[in-house]
Write a protein that binds this ligand. Structure first.
Ligand SMILES: Nc1ncnc2c1ncn2[C@@H]1O[C@H](COP(=O)(O)OP(=O)(O)O)[C@@H](O)[C@H]1O
Ligand SMILES: [Mg+2]
Length: 228
């Protein structure tokens, strides 16, 4: 089954009196359980595409189906619901909450979902262990390395048991060794949790971790599949 189905997706950004066509008719299908990468140079539309899939930004035209739901036709409440329940997002700059410790950051989405505190705590502890941070659960983000921060972000993205994890250049702010370990962890979590992962990159060195690669250029996905 396809967990993501995108047809002729267009996204224009207004810029003064002109418009910037960030996506110009993207077609993409992602099967359940895939671990795939979108590669393209800076400005090619990677962030825009992930933000539209992740319901952070809205399409200008075209169709985007997430787990069978046409998200372009849903109202704000339904979209928020999909974003919270079906999608986990990992950002390039981690986006952790500085005043919260590791466990509190990881459990945060569960509290937004109004899950009981004790259950949220237990689940957060399990995820912290899976990403190798059991000894750091009381640390705040400022007390962690970049790689550890990204591990927190991965745990937070997975804590709700989403269908899809989207990661926008998750290794761009890490050195290459740490970046490689983050991709290995993501791939391991893809296997353990059976969650679909889609991550973007402009760095060809990280591609060896992807099971499938698509290339994006000037807001369009190249047709030919690329061997992973
Ligand atoms: N909020 C915005 N307003 C205007 N233009 C934007 C905005 N966000 C992105 N763009 C433009 O859309 C294009 C795609 O950007 P983006 O999706 O960020 O690419 P990438 O993530 O591959 O670097 C670029 O030309 C960029 O300048
Ligand atoms: Mg980007």
């Amino acid at each position: 089954m396809n967990i993501i189905e995108i047809k002729n997706l267009k996204k224009d950004y207004p810029l003064g009196k002109t418009i910037v066509p960030a996506l110009r008719g993207v077609d993409l299908e992602v099967a359940e359980g895939e671990f795939m990468s979108i590669i393209g140079p800076s400005g090619s539309g990677k962030t825009t595409l992930l933000n539209v899939i992740g319901c952070i930004d809205q399409a200008t035209a075209g169709s985007v189906k997430i787990a069978g739901s046409e998200i372009t036709a849903l109202d704000d409440r339904a979209v928020t619901d999909i974003r919270l329940h079906k999608i986990g997002f990992i950002f390039q700059t981690f986006n952790l909450i500085p005043v919260l410790d590791v466990l509190e950051n990881i459990e945060f989405p569960l509290l937004l979902m109004k899950r009981p505190a004790a259950e949220a705590r237990k689940r957060a502890e399990k995820l912290a262990a899976e990403v190798g941070l059991s000894e750091y659960v009381r640390h705040r983000p400022a007390e962690l390395s970049g790689g550890q921060r990204q591990r927190v972000a991965i745990a937070r993205a997975l804590v709700t048991g989403p269908d899809i994890v989207l990661a926008d250049e998750p290794t761009a702010n890490l050195d290459s060794v740490t970046g490689a370990s983050i991709l290995e962890l993501m791939r391991e979590m893809n296997e353990v949790e059976k969650t679909t992962f889609v991550f973007s990159t402009h760095d060809a060195a990280v591609l060896k971790y992807a099971r499938r690669i698509v290339r994006i250029k000037d807001g369009l996905i190249e047709k030919e599949p690329v061997a992973a």
